[in-house]
Write a protein that binds this ligand. Structure first.
Ligand code: ADP
Ligand code: MG
Length: 551
């Protein structure tokens, strides 16, 4: 310490909040995020219409999407946005639930801190509670087998209940189960194996599952066949064009016959390429690159169906499902490198798609989403993502839990009992965690126009009498056995909700020092070492370094 002189370690203009101020500010920001998505929870939740700075519109009910679209400035709010992202990436559903729970955990934490419970005790109490809650949740889980078709459909349907897919819900649930079952292999289901294509026009109910690959392209030439049964398929990652020179070259021509000789050489090259394809025995060609007009003409003459500029991911899917090898050199194209399947062009409204089905590999599945406009098909794709994810989760894990707030009420009851075993002030934190869980049934109830407090009281009474499967069915507004009405969710989603919500709350509660660099936008010189998100990292580190001052 220099004799009483203040030591400046931060750049001028850096904002700093410490202690209780920092924490209160962070908690308020996080709660604001939770409140922003609260009204969308559950089947009776409402949608949000988001307009970005460019005027583009998104209509959605999906927590992760909403938070992704809105531009959040506050670092603690950003952490909550991250919760939704993590939840979405890990398990594909439960994003709104995890954000609402994190917000509620922070709200309760703030009360405890106001009552002089030290934040570190709240953090350790929350940790204990989250761990216990996960254990309890596993105890009450319901086993699901891949043969339980009906139950799987109910799980898919529950995730779709809160989505704007309306009367197509049953169809989407059925498609989700069939699609994931088709790719489920060796205890794993990789959703990347399912390709999803949107085609506007008609209605969501026209959405279709194709056992095969659907390529969003059309047959190149009017004289090519539109359908080839048991096609021999060549996958070419090589332009069927005359090679352009790497540098500009000028050819000096003195005699008109030289022009035709030159052109003829080009024709011959293209003809030769097509001949090689023909000799290999191919009857359908998918080219990742371009196909010259003349090459198209020769291919058409040979009766070969051709498609160009196919996406890399589609090429890989075609390879996996038809058994073809992607060749990068026409000389490598032999009968062995060909795959087989039925190929046909399908007209959908004004647009066309190529269906490649009857593939040797049954793991190839595609879903073609139909719908009146892009807003609808976009939201339908997000809904389908949730449905596919939940089916994958239960197939991989083999466990589900009831929905409609039932598990949250049950866990809350179990944690209250468990809290009695926890000594000291940590006990208050475990109790607060138990109370916070009730925010889920409460929100489901208030979004359905029901009294939240009364609903929770009724749920507790119903569970005491008839067990943990009793939850709120929001369509009828009645308390029912969730397994009987088919409101069921993957165990994995609820476990992840507990994990991501509690971890985010704990992280925010550990921060007691926020150092924010001067806005780089305003200060073009921008020497501040901790601008933007970098500031967040610095913040966490500072919090850890500085420790928690007594409050
Ligand atoms: P999230 O983004 O968290 O998945 P949702 O808006 O999809 O949020 O809502 C999920 C909640 O809705 C879950 O708690 C689920 O159990 C509940 N839910 C779904 N269908 C019903 C229903 N018919 N009755 C009551 N709750 C339901
Ligand atoms: Mg959901």
């Amino acid at each position: 310490m220099l004799a009483g002189q203040p030591v400046l370690i931060l750049k001028e203009g850096t904002e700093r909040k410490t202690g209780k101020d920092a924490m209160k500010n962070n908690i308020a920001a996080a709660i604001a995020i939770a409140e922003a998505v609260q009204s969308t929870l559950g089947p009776r939740g409402l949608d949000k219409l988001l307009v970005d700075s460019l005027g583009d519109i998104v209509i959605t009910n999906d927590g992760a999407t909403i938070l992704d679209e809105i531009d959040v400035e506050h670092p603690a709010a950003k952490m909550l946005v991250q919760v939704a992202k993590t939840q979405d990436q890990e398990v594909g559903d439960g994003t709104t639930t995890s954000v609402i729970l994190a917000g509620e955990l922070l709200r309760r934490a703030e009360k405890l801190i106001d009552q002089k419970v030290h934040p570190t005790l709240v953090v350790s109490g929350y940790k204990k509670a989250a761990e216990k809650a996960s254990e309890f949740l596993k105890e009450i889980a319901i086993p699901v087998k891949p043969e339980d078709e009906e139950l799987l459909k109910q799980i898919a349907s529950t995730s779709l209940n809160s989505k704007a897919v309306g009367p197509a819900r049953e169809l989407f649930a059925k498609i989700a189960v069939e699609a994931v079952k088709a790719i489920f292999d060796g205890g794993k289901a990789d959703l990347d194996d399912i390709s999803v294509i949107q085609k506007q026009g008609k209605s969501l109910e026209e959405t279709e599952l194709v056992h095969g690959v659907v390529v969003d392209k059309e047959v190149l030439h009017p004289r090519m066949p539109r359908e080839v049964k048991s096609a021999k398929i060549a996958l070419i990652n090589f332009p069927l064009e005359v090679k352009k020179t790497e540098f500009d070259a000028k050819i000096r021509i003195s005699d008109p016959t030289q022009v035709s000789a030159f052109l003829e050489a080009e024709h011959n090259m293209l003809k030769e390429m097509v001949q090689k394809i023909k000799n290999a025995g191919a009857t359908a060609v998918f080219c990742q690159k371009g196909v010259d007009d003349l090459a198209q003409h020769y291919l058409a003459l040979e009766g070969i169906l051709a498609v160009r500029r196919v996406k890399k991911s589609d090429m890989e899917r075609l390879a996996r499902s038809t058994g073809a090898k992607i060749v990068t050199n026409l000389d490598d194209l032999t009968s062995e490198s060909l795959g087989t399947a039925d190929v046909r062009e399908v007209k959908i409204g004004d647009e066309k798609l190529i269906y490649v089905d009857n593939c040797p590999n049954p793991k190839a599945v595609s879903i073609v989403i139909r719908g009146a406009n892009k807003y609808l098909t976009d939201e339908a794709e997000r809904a389908l993502h949730d449905a596919l994810s939940v089916v994958r989760n239960v197939l991989e894990d083999g466990y589900a839990v009831s929905g409609g707030g039932a598990p949250e009420v049950q866990l809350s009851r179990m944690l209250r009992k468990y809290a009695e075993e926890v000594s000291g002030r940590e006990q208050f934190a475990v109790e607060a965690f138990a109370e916070a869980l009730e925010v889920i049934p409460k929100t489901l109830a208030s979004n359905a126009g029901l009294d939240p407090i009364k609903t929770v009281a009724d749920l507790i009474a119903a569970q005491t009498k008839s067990g943990h499967v009793m939850g709120l069915e929001v369509i009828s507004g009645e308390i029912k056995d969730m397994t009987k009405v088919g409101v069921v969710e993957p165990l994995r989603v609820k476990l992840q909700v507990l994990k991501s919500a509690s971890e985010a709350a704990e992280m925010i509660l550990r921060i007691d020092d926020v150092i924010q660099a001067k806005d780089l936008g305003k200060d073009k010189e921008g020497e501040g070492g901790m601008g933007g998100m970098g500031g967040m990292g610095g913040m966490g580190g500072m919090g850890g370094m500085g420790g928690m001052p007594p409050m």
